[in-house]
Write a protein that binds this ligand. Structure first.
Ligand code: G4P
Length: 537
């Protein structure tokens, strides 16, 4: 197959949702349709799948949440699918953000009984910043839902995105009978299956078929006809370009747990979602995926994925050219040449050696201790991709080792886990404190750090939460020591430096931050760190 056709058949995406909306269930069903999982079915199989395929860390099993993201790669018809699993807990973590920098599209799952929830909104915004095309799956139609037109309006208003319902449900809750496909004008009838024990049969009938009327009572049928009429009046046909630019989200209705509507979603998603796009370098050049020379970037690092071998996996997203095992590439920013020998395809914990990969694919590189998140690997030394965006931390804590006899493994564990970017470190100015100050986007990141220090390095740690809850980077200011002293920070605020040596201020409240910003208009306060080039200027 040519390079062009390999690229054209790749779809790299993530599923985003508020916890409990049905992300795990939908992931499982997509794997089922993709033939990558034959287990999906009984509750027990589902639980075991949870622990073997999508989630693999002990802590996740214990808490019933998904913390670390993994990659699920499988073929479906002629497509090669790379599904990047994002953590699904109620706290936010940087890991989630980073994974979303590596996708070309996203499926947003919404519980139709609840509508948009806080986490959906945050994740959506991250996708929106990169204009990633978003597909919406309204889940749990087998349960009572909110008014469907109101749900659609809520998405349009709160997310400021145009909505195009691809299908429309015939009834909801106990009287949910199926969906009407607005493109083909077919009715797909729903048959409840035992927790999705097999691929649900889908019967297709014409809308004029009198038996459709028999599916719904008079009130539900009239409602359905009215809603459909309103939708038809409201919108023209779906424009793919508007989906690709992230301006329109195609919406699908269904019930993941019952397998209903999943195949319709998958088929349309694969048709409308884009293959891997060109990626921008730091010098603002767009590198097209079909370019001859291989390039890619590291978006995630994970230590000790296989607890038997203390190894480190760097997840590489291929952006251009063709990856082949053993190839020699330039590691940016060090400029060193490295051989990529130990390359794997990962399916949760399982690994398989990868001989070649194409744009859109994710390759797990094992054993490269000097790779960092955001690094570029390329055959073309001109290519250095933009840094992976960082995010404003909202949680701060000191961590220390309570057991001096364990200082060596403690330091080693901290080194490894900080390298993964589980949390960030800060250095306080004017402070005699010796403990390491950590920052995170969500408090669960601290919990994961402590848990992994214990389980992977056998060391206890002590965490002391602080009163700070916001941090800002400062620019346009080259302060002397006296300047800093005369800044007059609000009570309980502090000056610090991040790991890259950039100056930051920590605030105990939004009020303190706003007050300080007003008092010091000469300072520019930034929610995220400055790009290195900007900082130098
Ligand atoms: P998440 O990953 O987004 O957190 O959600 P997850 O798939 O774990 O689903 C959360 C709960 O919602 C699960 O129930 C799941 O079975 C249920 N669910 C998912 N899709 C549907 C649907 O279409 N209809 C209905 N009625 N329920 C759905 P649970 O009781 O937490 O787990 P389990 O005992 O069913 O495994």
């Amino acid at each position: 197959m040519s390079q062009m056709s390999e690229i054209a058949r790749r779809r790299t995406f993530a599923i985003i949702s508020h916890p409990d909306a049905g992300k795990t269930t939908l992931t499982e069903k997509l794997l089922l349709y993709g033939g990558a999982l034959h287990l999906a079915g009984s509750v027990s199989a589902r639980k075991s799948m949870r622990s073997t395929a999508s989630d693999w860390m002990e802590l996740e099993k214990k808490r019933g949440i998904s913390i670390s993201s993994t990659v699920l790669q499988f073929g479906y018809h002629n497509y090669q699918i790379n599904l990047l699993d994002t953590p699904g807990h109620k706290d936010f973590s940087e890991d989630t953000y980073r994974v979303l920098t590596a996708v070309d599209a996203a499926i947003m799952v919404i519980d139709a009984g609840k509508g948009i929830e806080s986490q959906t909104l945050k994740l959506f915004e991250v996708c929106r910043q990169r204009n990633v095309p978003i597909f919406t799956f309204m889940n749990k139609l087998d349960r009572p839902t909110r008014d469907l037109l109101e749900l659609i309006d809520q998405v349009e208003e709160e997310l400021q995105i145009h909505v195009y319902p691809m299908n429309w449900p015939l009834g909801t809750g106990g009287s949910f009978r199926g969906v009407f496909d607005r493109q083909s004008r077919d009715i797909h009838l729903f048959e409840r299956t035992a927790h999705g024990s097999y691929i649900a049969p889908v019967r297709v009938k014409d809308l004029t078929d009198p038996s459709i009327r028999d599916q719904l009572d008079q009130v539900a049928y009239e409602r359905f006809s009215e809603e459909l009429e309103m939708l038809d009046m409201a919108g023209a046909a779906l424009e793919r370009q508007s989906v690709l630019s992230g301006d329109t989200t195609p919406v699908f209705f269904g019930s993941a747990v019952n397998n209903f509507g999943v195949q319709l979603l998958l088929d349309a998603f694969l048709e409308y979602a884009p293959p891997p796009a060109a990626r921008r370098t730091r010098s603002q050049v767009l590198v097209p995926p079909q370019q001859d020379k291989f390039s890619g970037f590291i978006f995630k690092i994970q230590s000790n994925m296989d607890p038997r071998h203390r190894d480190k996996v760097a997840f590489l997203k291929v952006c251009s050219g063709r990856f082949t095992r053993d190839m020699q590439v330039v590691h940016q920013p060090s400029g060193k040449k490295v051989r990529l020998a130990n390359s794997h395809k990962l399916f949760a914990q399982d690994r398989e050696v990868v001989e070649e990969a194409y744009p859109g694919d994710i390759v797990g590189l094992v054993g490269h201790w000097d790779f960092n998140i955001g690094d570029t690997l390329t055959e073309d030394p001109e290519i250095i991709y933009n840094e992976i965006p960082r995010f404003p931390p909202e949680c701060f804590a000191f961590i220390s080792n309570p057991n001096p006899a364990k200082s060596k493994p403690f330091r080693k564990g901290m080194d490894h886990l900080l390298h993964e970017g589980i949390v960030q470190t800060l250095i306080l100015r004017n402070s005699a404190r010796r403990e390491t100050l950590l920052s995170a986007v969500g408090p669960l990141q601290f919990e994961v750090l402590q848990y992994r220090l214990q389980s992977e390095y056998g060391v206890e740690s002590q965490l002391e939460k602080t009163i700070w809850m916001a941090m800002r980077w400062i620019s346009d200011y080259a302060p002397t020591a006296q300047d800093w002293d005369s800044l007059r920070l609000p009570t309980d605020s502090a000056l610090a430096q991040d790991a890259q040596g950039q100056d930051v201020i920590l605030f105990p409240s939004q009020w303190a931050l706003d007050y300080f910003a007003k008092e010091h208009p000469q300072l520019k306060l930034h929610r995220i760190p400055l790009e290195p080039s900007v900082n130098k200027a």
